[in-house]
Write a protein that binds this ligand. Structure first.
Ligand code: HXC
Length: 545
């Protein structure tokens, strides 16, 4: 009783009754509870055993906490659930009491803006996903959705924790459900920095963007051993599921980095273009680049042979603020180019046919790539700039049997459902169904512009005259046939292969002076800035998949 009556902070240096100061003692006694707290905290923060940390480093990888430090602003990370422990009691895990359960979760700031981060710790049970590990991710995602901030997941894991059996599979279910519920609510970004195998790959696949680093990241549903046993194919980790394979072939990876620091630099850059959630608009970034900067390149484009290839990146660089273009899916389906720029300080998503690759024609992969990007932009209030130079859909049995009808329809669907401001500029060719698909007027493009050099027609001159004048061409003397074709093609071009017929029907709003393109685009997006329109499908339509 006497103890309880004593002043609990006596000896701390606090002033005593009557204003007399109690001088601090020289020897500082650390209370037992504080000692214990610090020990527990330090042990938990250390992650896995020293040999596992050394093994991680030997592979050229950062630890889970180092990765967070690269991502968030210094001193801003607030961790949650550090002391949550592995629940598993089987197969030798019982006595390990692994604090944190192989994952670090919390909130931090990236360039001053709040984000939720989880980072799997490969040094603890191989970063495998047990029930507590999954619960930590699920809780974080719920909090991020409530706080309306992006979720960034750093994955480095052996997959479902084998010792926990179905409990760990259920954990994945928890995450997949949330990936889907919060899709289009807050941006979700997956950074793969280690193995990501089996069904575990489907959480990143459900998120908006996947980052991978060369030589470090591997994703596959079944690994090389299973592939060999099942199909007899001999393949190594890198060839099967490395960054290059997923960036260029499967399209699973949107951004490929040379190293982990490079990867986090790219994540930060991506975030700088995005709003925090679907209710906000992307942040503006003031620029000294004049709105009315003349673009001589556009004049040169007008004089170019319609069949000559060029990289549409040059057009995008010249149009954008400070010549900056943050490309998404750079190595996949290069016939279409997508990414972020700013125009007059505002974020804009660009979708552009790329004549340097497959003449810029639309194929299965290009359709998937563009449609997914357009839907992201629409989810997050990002206006869309479409640059058109497209000869049509890519022909061939492989495309037809591969489902170009089904896949090509995705672009149509994505543009038609998008209600964000849509500005379209026809650069050169715009033929047939592909012209309609690329955010044309009747698909509710808001402002449709054209360079004077545009050829907007049902099909290209050569193809058109072969159909329209097949009899005359067939009956012409062989030596006169080419000359006849050239004459007919010119007649067709003069009549149809220009923007003027389309402008006369109102499907092109304005044919513009090429050098003024940047100013025109900035004016157009400013004019549309207040556009607000609910989508046609409050419960989500049925996009062709
Ligand atoms: C439990 C695991 C584990 C797992 C790795 N470890 N994966 N523990 N469950 N799934 C442990 C290892 O036992 C080892 O523990 C430590 O992590 C490091 O693993 P190593 O094998 O030493 O590392 P490394 O040589 O780098 O190989 C990494 C690896 C390999 C390629 C990821 O560990 C591996 O193949 N793991 C199994 C991958 C897998 O098949 N997962 C299940 C996928 S199916 P010690 O104590 O020795 O250090 C799945 C279903 C999800 O995930 C379904 C969702 C719907």
């Amino acid at each position: 009783m006497a103890d309880l009556m004593e002043d609990p902070i006596a000896g701390s240096g606090a002033p005593q009754e009557g204003g007399k100061k109690n001088h601090p003692k020289k020897v500082r006694i650390i209370p037992e509870s504080l000692k214990r707290f610090r020990e527990i905290q330090d042990a938990a923060m250390a992650g896995g055993p020293a040999d596992k940390v050394a093994a991680q480093k030997a592979k050229g990888k950062l630890t889970a906490r180092e990765r967070i430090a690269y991502l968030v602003d210094e001193g801003t990370f607030q961790e949650l659930g550090l002391l949550m422990e592995t629940r598993c009691t089987d197969f030798g895990v019982k006595d390990k009491h692994i604090k944190g359960d192989g994952i670090v979760t919390g909130f931090g700031k990236v360039n001053g803006r709040l984000v939720a981060v989880f980072s799997e710790d490969f040094t603890q049970l191989g970063g495998s996903l047990g029930r507590i590990h999954a619960d930590k991710i699920a809780r974080l995602m719920d909090m991020a959705a409530d706080a309306r901030v992006p979720v960034i997941g750093i994955l480095d894991s052996g997959g479902a924790r084998i010792q926990e059996g179905v409990d760990s599979l259920d954990g994945y279910g928890e995450i997949f459900w949330r990936n889907t519920q919060y899709s289009g609510v807050v941006p979700q970004i997956s950074v793969i920095l280690g193995p990501c195998a089996g069904g575990a790959v489907y959480s990143p696949a459900l998120t908006d963007f996947v980052f991978m680093a060369k030589g470090i990241s591997h994703m596959f549903v079944t690994g090389p051993e299973v592939v060999r046993a099942a199909t007899g194919e001999q393949v190594d980790f890198e060839t099967l599921g490395g960054a290059q394979a997923h960036a260029a072939k499967s399209g699973v990876c949107h951004f490929m980095a040379n190293s982990e620091p490079d990867c986090f630099r790219q994540v930060k850059e991506l975030l700088s273009f995005l709003p925090q959630n679907r209710d906000e608009f992307p942040p503006a970034e003031p620029t000294k680049d004049p709105d009315d900067r003349k673009i001589v390149l556009m004049e040169r484009l007008c004089g170019m042979d319609p069949r000559k290839p060029y990289r549409v990146h040059h057009v995008i660089w010249w149009l954008s603020d400070d010549h900056k273009f943050f490309e998404v899916h750079r190595d996949f389906a290069k016939n279409i180019v997508v990414g972020f720029i700013r125009l007059g300080g505002q974020t804009v998503g660009v979708v552009a046919n790329n004549p340097a690759h497959m003449a810029g024609a639309l194929d299965i992969n290009a359709s998937d790539k563009a449609a997914r990007f357009i839907r992201f932009l629409n989810n997050f209030n990002i206006p869309i700039l479409t640059l058109v130079d497209v000869p049509g859909y890519w022909p061939g049995v492989a495309q037809e049997h591969g489902g170009i009808i089904r896949h090509g329809a995705k672009i149509l669907y994505a543009y038609c459902e998008a209600t964000v401001p849509k500005v379209t500029l026809v650069l050169r060719k715009a033929y047939g169904g592909a012209y309609i698909a690329m955010s044309s007027k009747l698909m509710h493009g808001d402002i449709n512009l054209s360079l004077p050099s545009a050829e907007i027609a049902v099909m290209g001159p050569r193809g058109a005259i072969e159909i329209l004048y097949s009899r005359q061409i067939r009956e012409a003397k062989e030596e006169e046939r080419e000359e006849l074709k050239a004459k007919l093609a010119k007649e067709y071009s003069d009549k149809f292969a220009s923007p003027y017929q389309t402008a006369s029907t109102g499907s092109i709003d304005e044919v513009i002076e090429p050098a003024q393109t940047r100013q025109k685009l900035i004016d157009s997006f400013r004019l549309l800035a207040a556009k607000r329109k609910p989508g046609a499908h409050p419960r989500g339509g049925n996009i062709p998949l």
